[in-house]
Ligand binder design. Structure first.
Ligand code: HEC
Length: 161
């Protein structure tokens, strides 16, 4: 009886909607932040990918600070096999779009280029596999993972690696 409970006051962000919410805090110290910057830092000031790197480093085409592009999607190992397995039955012969080599993929078909490096949503080839119109008819659609690999490869610059 008569025990006093000492309430320790802890300063921090008390708003549970904030990305730096501190559930232990009892007094709001005005530091609540609600958005992550491009580097994934809550309340951070980064606006370009390079802001996430240590000084003197820049991001490579795969978004890795100081990287050498080696972690990017690899065209020969990961993308071309998708085309070989699912597309060249129709896109490997004569006339139109050839999907059998990097050069032919980038050369495009009757409507011109089908890949816009760095921009998957503007790339006609990606649009056609994403909406399921290629492969056509009863040919099975690509798996979501394959569509996403193509997207990432395009966004990483559609490199011949
Ligand atoms: C069963 C045959 C067949 C298969 C398999 C096939 N295509 Fe096609 N593709 C066509 C035909 C025919 C056209 C032309 C008519 C059209 O645009 O729908 C075409 C057109 C395209 C075009 C537009 C080319 C242009 O320049 O207009 C793209 C891009 C394309 N295909 C991508 C693919 C990809 C990627 C695959 C494999 C994932 C694939 N196709 C599999 C038959 C096929």
């Amino acid at each position: 009886m008569g025990d006093k409970i000492l309430v320790e006051e802890i300063e921090g962000c008390t708003n549970s909607e904030a990305c730096n919410f501190n559930p232990e805090s009892t007094i709001d110290d005005g530091t609540c932040a609600f958005e992550e910057d491009i580097c994934g830092i809550c309340g951070g000031a980064g606006v370009e990918a390079d802001d996430c790197c240590d000084e003197g480093e820049t991001t490579d085409d795969c978004g890795v600070c100081g990287g050498d592009n080696s972690s990017c999607i690899n065209f020969a190992d990961e993308i071309l096999p998708i085309f070989i397995d699912n597309c060249i039955g129709c896109h490997g012969g004569s006339g139109g779009l050839f999907l059998n080599t990097y050069e032919n993929v980038m050369a495009g078909g009757g409507s011109g280029a089908v890949i816009e490096p760095g921009n998957h949503s503007n790339s006609y080839l990606w649009q056609r596999v994403d909406n399921g119109s290629m492969p056509p008819g009863s040919n099975p659609d690509l798996l979501t993972e394959q569509v996403n690999l193509i997207k990432q490869w395009i966004n990483e610059g559609a490199q011949n690696n």
